[in-house]
Structure formats: structure tokens, C-alpha cells
Ligand binder design. Sequence first.
Ligand code: F6R
Length: 629
Amino acid sequence: MCGIVGYIGVKEATPVLLKGLKKLEYRGYDSAGIAVLGAGGLEVCKSKGALNKLEEKVSALSAQASQTGGASKKPFGGTLGIGHTRWATHGEPSDINSHPHTDISGKIAVVHNGIIENHRKLKEWLAGRGVVFRSETDTEVIAHLINYYYAGELLVAVQAALKRLEGSYALGIICENDRDHIIAVRKESPLVIGRGGGENLIASDVPALLEYTRDVYYLDDREIAVLSKDKVEFYNEEGERVQKTLSHVDWDAGAAEKGGYEHFMLKEINEQPKALTDTLRPRIIPAGGTGAMASSRSVNLAEIGFDKSWAEARRVVLCACGTAWHAAMVGKYAFEYFARIPSDAEIASEYRYRNPIFNPSDIFIIISQSGETADTLAALRLAKKNGGRVIAITNVLGSTLAREADLVMYTWAGPEIAVASTKAFTTQLMCVYLIALQFGLLRGNLDQAGLDHYIEALEKIPTQAEAVLKSKETIQRFASLCFNKSKVFFIGRLFDYAVSLESALKLKEISYTHSEAFAAGELKHGPIALADESTLVTALCTQEALFDKMDSNIKEVKARGASTVVITYDDVHHFDESADTVFRIPRTPDCFTPMLSVIPCQLYAYYCSVLRGNDPDKPRNLAKSVTVE
Ligand code: F6R
């Protein structure tokens, strides 16, 4: 989604804004712009396309001016400014529709992430007062509204304008008549304030701030921040001052860099062993003591308040979107498997519009890498309203999901920058497995020996993931032979079906290959009609009890001309006859294979994307964090 940056301090704002926008590129965008308060007043530069187009335009304007004017008039030389990367929602990508948008006086500039739902009504109202609109965006109304209410106090005008806005917004606002402030506002769209020494910043996400500070304030819904170069003040929607706590971001700037990899996605795929270790290790309490004092190893889930009261739960509802929903599906199977408790995996964008049945003893597990997905947050609010116990699994500290859920379990994956989710997925799986195991113990479906066995298996997963990653060249070679297949299907059952869905999503989103996942048993109910010589079918075969069933399915598609790939254990030869190609993963209990079997599929999607000439980090039409419906 759109990215916002803002700077007030002693440095020239333009390079800070452009660098900040670069760090937010991963969110997806189609145009960009900046507004800077310089000696000559409010200067705005906007451009459709990649950020380098904007950079070129700013340099050209600066060069032009230095030939004709003096240094004092250097355009974009001011120390206060805002910037934006836009992902078009209202109005096509174009220079005019790019942000910042200004009011009719050209003195107020606004950048916006979100959607103003009542913009049509406001547009009519403003047009009736003589405002001529230049863009097709919903955002432009905000600049005009602020101007309408402006009588010398920017904050007062912003507060009045906000009362008229319906929808979601994160805003950065500057005004030529107020050279000492940036105003930042948040409602349902993320915004972080960076607190520096003699300089302060705003950004949609932390990576844009890391070069300047690691001390941040997370703006809450309906809060306003007024930044000057030496301080930041916060107000609630009633205009009362609020005190906020400064948070320190632990990850260093390098965590959000490519670190020698060609793409963030490849880096993040390779980071999975570490991410899995970091997610698992702090939650395992080793066995200790001897004799009467001996204690068995256990899972520590104090962070989500896991205690005996959970035994009253009659159902677990896991809810999420996209890749996180696939993790929820694995979670559903894991809860049934280990804890024998009814579980549902719900698509948040569907769930929020249903009329779901709630039970006060339900446990809701809401999963989101970003913690900012609009549909997922709506599902969380629905569950909370109906009295459920809401646990968030998220990767982003201080995200809206983390703040609104009753309790949070973090996936310690580190920043995930590539649009396609990889390490977030496998660490989400690690979290749901840990909860399911502990639940199994509590409900008496698992004894201590069983728990020990599974914990031991989980502890091996990071090393096993490392081993799978070693086969990346084999997968790269395979991708080079069939990256241009027009139809790719993934088939599997249960846990393997969830991985099939995730693999098909990964391939379609970054390589633009038409790929679909089918529950293998459903093939003969329709999808097999599609199988022919142009089809590649990847069969996920990691559940021993289903090997024969899967082998029949593979033979069925092969008989219709499809090429077949099987992903199975490294000691299994069940599919040697039916598979044209086999990718192998190390042995682990069948229920844990998703954390390993997805890796070859992530790599396959990555290499297909690169071979097709795409940028896997920034797939077309997609945004990292879907903060609007
Ligand atoms: C796919 C992908 C998306 C996200 C989905 C939810 O690779 O990244 O499908 O999984 O948009 O995002 P979060 O997890 O941030 O709620």
C-alpha cells in the first residue's frame, strides 16, 4: 500500500524523503512525489512510475534553478517536507493523481494512505464553495478541507477537517504558513513517528526511519502528532494532549537490507532456519533437575496467557488472509491432530461479512505478518465485540493487530520486505504448532513423552530447513527447464493441501504463471479435465498414510500427459515410477512437514519469477500490506 515519509530537522529534507521512500518501495506503488518547504515556498514534485523518475525530475528542477537563480533559491532545499509512494485506488496512476496533493492556495500539502469513503459528498460540498479539483483522487478533498478551516492555526484546521472525514487514513500534512511543524494523523492506516536528536520523522513503516533513529512512537487510531524539529506532541481526537511511550526498535538497519542477495525474497527464504530458531527457542523450557526435583521440558506460552482456563474452550477459530490464511489452515489441522478440538480456518475478508456464530469460550487466533491487514483487523474487532478471547500471531511489534488483540505471540522472523511472504509463513506455522501441542497436553490428548517427542522434532526443523535450502541449485535448474509452463497445479491432502495452496499463491503472485491448488481427492470431481501435455503437476506427498492415494492421483494426471513433480521425504521411493522429478525433504513427523515442504516451492516460484524477467520483490498489482479493503 501507499508509503508515507516526512522529515523536519536541520538536514535538507529532499534526500531524506527520497531515501525513505526507497525503503518503502516494497509496499508496492505506481507513482511517487514529495513536497518540501523551501526558501521559495511550498515546492511539489510528482511523477508516475518508479522512484528514479521522481529523483530525475527533482534533479532536473534543481539544475534548472541553479542555472537561473542563486543558491538561496535552491529548489527542494528546505529542511521540512513530506513524501509519498502511491498505489492507485481512486484515479489511474499519473503525475496529477500522485501525492502530495495541495489545496487551492497551493500552501497546504497532504500525503495520504487509506481511503476517504465520503469523498464524493465532500467533493460536491467543496465544489459548491468554488473549489476546482485537479485530480481524480479521494485525497485531494483533505487538502481543500484543511484550507477551508484554516484561520492561522494548522492544528485547529486539521482537527476540524478530520471531523468531516469517513474512512481510513494515515496523513502527513505541511503548510507554507507554518514552517515549524509537520502534522501526522492516523486512523486505521499505520504511521510511525521517529524521534531523533534535533530532527523528527514520520513513516508508514520502521525501515524508512532506521538510518536516523530507532526510537519510535506508534501512533494509535485517531491520534494526531505535531512534530517540530525538537519535540513531538500528541493529541487525541477530542484535542486533549496524550502522553505516549517511546519504543526502541531492536533490529539494526542491516536487517532491512539485501545483504548481498539479489532480492529480498531470496534473502528471506534463506533466513528461515534462523527465523524458525528465533521463534521456537525462547518458548521451549528445557528439562531440568534430577530425582524428585526433575521437571520435563515444556512449552512456555505465558505471553498468550496459556493456562488451565484454556481447557474450557470448545473451539479454536483461526482467521487471516492470503499466506497467513494458509498458516491458519495448517493450524486447524494441527489443533484437530494434537488437541482434538474443533477448529476452523477462516478467510478474514469473508468472515467479517458473514454472520458468524460466536461462543464465549471460543479462542480466536488472528494471524498477520504485518498486523495491519484491513480485513484481518475487521475480523479481530468482530471477534472482540462478540466476547471471544483474541490472540494475535504477528511479526510486527506495535502493529495495530498487536495492540488491539488481547494477547500477542510474535513470530521472530525479522523484517519481511519482499511482497511475497516466506519466512513469516514458516514462523507462523511454528507458532500454531506450539499452541496446538500445549493444548494437546492440557486436554490430555498428548502425554509428556509425546510432547517431548514433538518438541525434539521441532528443534530439528531449523537444521532440516537448512538442508532443504542446500538443494536450491537443483530447483533453480528445474525452474530453468519449465519456468514458462502455462498451467501449474499443486495437489495434496490435508497438511499437504495447505502447502499446495501456499505454493500456488507464491507462484502466481511473483511469476504470473496461472497456478492452482487442488485437494488431490477433488481432481476427479472436475479439475482433471484441465490436465494435458502443457500441465505441470506438483504433488505434495509427505503423509505416509496417504502415499497410495497420492500415487494414484499422480498416475491419473500423468496418463493425461501432464509432467509430474513430487515433494516427499528423502528416504521414500514410493513415487519413483509416477514422478518425473522428485524434490526431497528430511524426515520429520508428517504433521510438521509444511515448514519444510514449502521451501522448494518458494524457491521454485522465486526462480520462475526471475527467469520470466520479473522483480520478485515487487510483483505487479500487489502491495505488501493491504491496509484497505
Ligand atoms: C502472499 C502474501 C499475502 C499476505 C496477505 C496477508 O505472499 O504476502 O497473501 O499473506 O496479504 O498479509 P498479512 O500477513 O500482513 O496480514
